[in-house]
Design a protein around this ligand. Sequence first.
Ligand code: ARG
Length: 301
Amino acid sequence: MTEARVICTSAELATLLEGGPPVRRPEPQRVLMCTPDFFDVVDVKNAFMEGNIGSVDRVKARAQWEALGCTFEAAGHEVLAIPGVQGCEDMVFTANQVLPGMGDDGRPYVVLSRMRHPSRRNEIPFFRDWFEANGYRILEVPESVPYFEGQGDAIWHPGKRMLWGGYGQRTSVVAYEAISAMLDTPVVALELVHPSFYHLDTAFCALSNDAVLLFPGAFSKEGMKLIRRGFERVLEVSEHEATKGFACNAHALDGRTVIIQRGSPEAVARLTGAGFEVVEVETGEFIKSGGSVFCMKMMIY
Ligand code: ARG
């Protein structure tokens, strides 16, 4: 355990970033998904799920899920799948159950999540077993942490040993004290102030070491200041494209190619204008549950 470094003001972040070259972090190259056999909307855990109970078309969902996997494969990434489990209707959102990282000893680890919704807590043992079987060290947040929802809220700064940590809805801010100390990693804490944007990944997509795509309305004033300190280029998404198009829940591969839900022309124009290659996909069945590209996969070592 080291001392926790949870950064809450842009002045603190400036000091951190001025304190010498950032510690490098290797990017994970493999993709973990979960088969959508039992994917469904059975209750309302977030604003996007409203009105969608029982409306999932499983055949369509399967086709969209397969196509997303093929998109990652076409970009040169190995895709692995953990089998979905009956009764775990949200398990397909593999960004949420853990936070993966690389240990200083060269062995990868995962920090297990403590999901806010009891129904989602049932997913965790299946991920624990999978990561254990695949050689990962298993870490847990202390009992005193009420909630922590993995990579849905804790997002690595591309290439850097620094985390951006969303809190206030699915993750408690105290989780980051524990995670920062456990992983010897600074965490920049971002309060999520808009009720619809319940996970950091619904409003914030780290594109590369110096660029981020985001919906500003999801963050406090200080939060936006922190983000502008951390990234030279901030590409803003409109409220319409962030909610209707789910545009911020995109994934940037190797700081070059951005995979994004189709239907957000302004965001696409901004991305291409900034030099990114954009691949548009269809994840409409999953948006009924409040998740898209970023949520449907976990990048692992
Ligand atoms: N229905 C799921 C929930 O509300 C969606 C999770 C989407 N995942 C994400 N990383 N945003 O928990």
